[in-house]
Design a protein around this ligand. Sequence first.
Ligand code: CUA
Length: 187
Amino acid sequence: MNIHRYEKLWLVAALVLIVGFIATITYGSVGLGIAMIDDEAETVNPEKLNEHEDFGEPGVKQVGENEYEVYVRAWQFGFDPGSVEAGLDPIEVPANSTVTFYITSEDVIHSFSVVGTNINTMAIPGEVSSVTVEFDEPGEYGILCAEYCGAGHHTMEGKIIVHPEDEYAINGTDVETGNDTTDETEA
Ligand code: CUA
C-alpha cells in the first residue's frame, strides 16, 4: 500500500495533537496539585454530630492570640450558631482576627454564604468545608443559604457580629488575650 506523503504528514500532525491533548489534561488534573473535595476533606457522621468533639458543641473557639475557629452546623433551616431567629446565638468574633469556619450539614446540602464577602462554601452532610477569613472592621454580616434545600430555604439565614477588639467577650467571659487558650493549642 502506498501512503501519500501529505497523508503521512497529516497522520503525524494528528498524533502529535492527540498526545498534546492528553498531556495537557493530565497536567491540568494532577500537575497543578488540584485536589478534589473528597480526597482530603475531613469526614463526619451526620447522624452522630452530637458526639463529635467539635460539632457536638458548635460555636466559636479561640485557638491563638488573634485566631478563632468556628464550628457551624447547617440544618433545615438554619445555622447553629448563627440563626438568631431560631433562638440561637449569633456568631461573634473580634475585629482584627483570623477566623476559620468549619461547616457541615445535619441533613441535606446547604451553603454557608456571607453577604458582602467572598465567603461562599457548601455545607454537605458527611463532609466538613472550611474557609479562613480575616475580619478587619467591626460590623454585622448576614449568612444565607444559597443552595435550594427545601420549603424553608428562603428563611435560612444567620448573623455574624464582628465586635471591636476591646469589647469582645467569648461565651460571656472577657477574653484575656494570649492567656485563654483551648485544649487544642495546649495539647
Ligand atoms: Cu439551606 Cu437552602
